[in-house]
Design a protein around this ligand. Structure first.
Ligand code: UDP
Length: 478
């Protein structure tokens, strides 16, 4: 059989590059030659895994496109996590769009069988079509959020509401799910169109004209929504997750994304001294930055909760007083009880440690699914993107989390104004008590399922197989 070649083009942001790399590796283990398109300064994120994959007898490669020179971005900025203020986002998106020509040259040269391109590249459907190649969209989120955001977009159920604190029911979903208007992404609720909201419309249009959607989730996790997306919203979709489970060894898990900002061995020696399910892991993803006053409230709330923790704190390089948020003597008092990681944490490795018993998360989909795959109940603290939808899946549908009470969608920064008492209460209810045990049992059940579906014969394994077979038979209609 002729070797199938699939190109993967992730958005230049860790929350998109990491799962795309995992997905490309999964395709490779199914006999596909997987190539990842990225820019020079993002290539190191992929290099080690690609090399390991090739050493194990699979075929992977990296194709480089040059990031355009634009003014208004920090020096050497090729990744969304380097943006230091919201005004840079449109410049960054504009620069990313300029990659189109180079991507098309690659498609012309290599003629892959398929292009899996991030949702943020709506132009990729037409680019692929120029060469008779199907384009698959990767949103990087779950079926539930895809359904909830699409039903909200189609029906605008809050269009004549007076106040942002008013609540509405998301129309047509299999469950009764309520949100306040302030939790809907601003680009979905504003009447004025911005460059971003226009792009999000193009994203939806290109999803409809694309070959289909590839989803990092699994059927058994959200069957009603996998069905709703396919049968009610009529999308062609394949579920292939949890893709993070393709990282099997500690070595693979430790090198996901960036270099860890701690000595991994030291961190594990510390975790090894702790009882099972006794440590809380606190991390808000790869881009969210909390203001100092919010970090302060988290610190006081964590201490008051009496729970042991690992807390990943991202403070921007340009912050003038990076530690001003820290309560006096906090780190000394917490010695042995709490570990602060300033920078990048080996998240999957930590979550998989048996001492971890809870996860305070911003509900980014990768973190959410990694938490589910590790069988860990969550404190949910959504802020932006589709995180408020993911929060509902965790807390109300799967019932494996407790909401901290975030009410406001805020782009790029952590949703603030959460008081220490709310942090303390949510943390305690996820870590201790009868309900906590029940939540943990449900989470452990999902962990077992997650591991089953990705193995040979499991539903995600099979759906990927079906997709690959279909792609190998694809004939362009023109
Ligand atoms: N991540 C990590 N270490 C960190 C922060 C994030 O390994 O210190 C990884 C995390 O495991 C996940 C990704 O970065 O795979 C973040 O994606 P997510 O969708 O959760 O959030 P985003 O960063 O896109 O907001």
């Amino acid at each position: 059989m002729v070797e199938l070649q699939v190109f993967f083009f992730p958005m230049l942001a860790h929350g998109h590059m990491i799962p795309t790399l995992d997905m490309a590796r999964l395709f490779a283990t199914h006999g596909v030659h997987s190539s990842i398109i990225t820019t020079p300064l993002n290539a190191p994120v992929f290099e080690k895994a690609v090399e390991q994959s090739n050493n194990s007898g699979f075929r992977m490669s990296i194709k480089i496109v040059k990031f355009p020179k634009v003014s208004g971005l920090p020096q050497d900025c090729e990744n969304a996590d380097q943006l230091t203020c919201p005004d840079m986002s449109p410049i960054f998106f504009g620069a990313v769009e300029m990659l189109k020509e180079q991507v098309e040259l690659l498609l012309e040269e290599y003629r892959p069988n398929c292009l899996v391109a991030d949702m943020f590249f709506p132009w990729a459907t037409d680019s692929a079509a120029k060469f008779g190649i199907p384009r698959l969209v990767f949103h990087g989120t779950c079926f539930f959020s895809l359904c909830a955001s699409e039903q909200t977009r189609l029906h605008v159920p809050f269009h004549n509401f007076q106040s942002d604190s008013d609540e509405f029911v998301i129309p047509n979903l299999p469950h009764h799910v309520q949100l306040s208007v302030s939790q809907v992404p601003t680009y979905q609720r504003q009447n004025i169109q911005t460059e971003f909201s226009k792009m999000m419309i193009r994203v939806k249009e290109s999803e409809l004209t694309s070959y289909g959607v590839i989803v990092n989730s699994f059927y058994e996790l959200e069957p009603d929504y996998a069905d709703h997306y396919r049968n009610v919203l009529n999308r062609r979709a394949w579920h292939v997750g949890p893709v993070s489970l393709c990282n099997r060894s500690d070595e693979e898990k430790a090198h996901r994304g960036k270099k860890a900002a701690i000595d991994v061995d030291e961190c594990f020696k510390w975790l090894d001294t702790k009882k099972p399910n006794s440590v809380l892991y606190v991390c808000f993803g790869s881009t969210a930055k909390f203001p100092s006053n919010q970090l302060h409230e988290i610190a006081v709330g964590l201490e008051a909760s009496g729970q042991q923790f690992i807390w990943v704190v991202r403070k921007g390089k340009n912050d003038e007083k990076p530690e001003e948020w820290m309560p006096e003597g906090f780190e000394e008092r917490m010695k042995g009880e709490g570990l602060i990681i300033r920078g990048w944490a080996p998240q999957v490795l930590i979550l998989d440690h048996e001492a971890i018993g809870g996860f305070v998360t911003h509900c980014g989909w990768n973190s959410t699914l990694e938490g589910i795959s590790a069988g860990v109940p969550m404190v949910t603290w959504p802020s932006f993107a589709e995180q408020f939808y993911n929060d509902k899946l965790i807390t109300e549908i799967l019932q494996i989390g407790v909401a901290v009470g975030a009410k406001e969608w805020v782009s790029g920064t952590g949703s603030g104004n959460i008081k220490r008492e709310a942090v303390e209460m949510a943390v305690r209810s996820v870590m201790v008590g009868k309900e906590a045990e029940e939540r943990r049992d449900r989470a452990k059940g999902l962990k077992r399922l997650a591991r089953k579906v990705i193995g040979e014969g499991g539903s995600s394994y099979m759906d990927l197989d079906v997709l690959i077979k279909e792609l190998s038979l694809y004939k362009p209609s023109c």
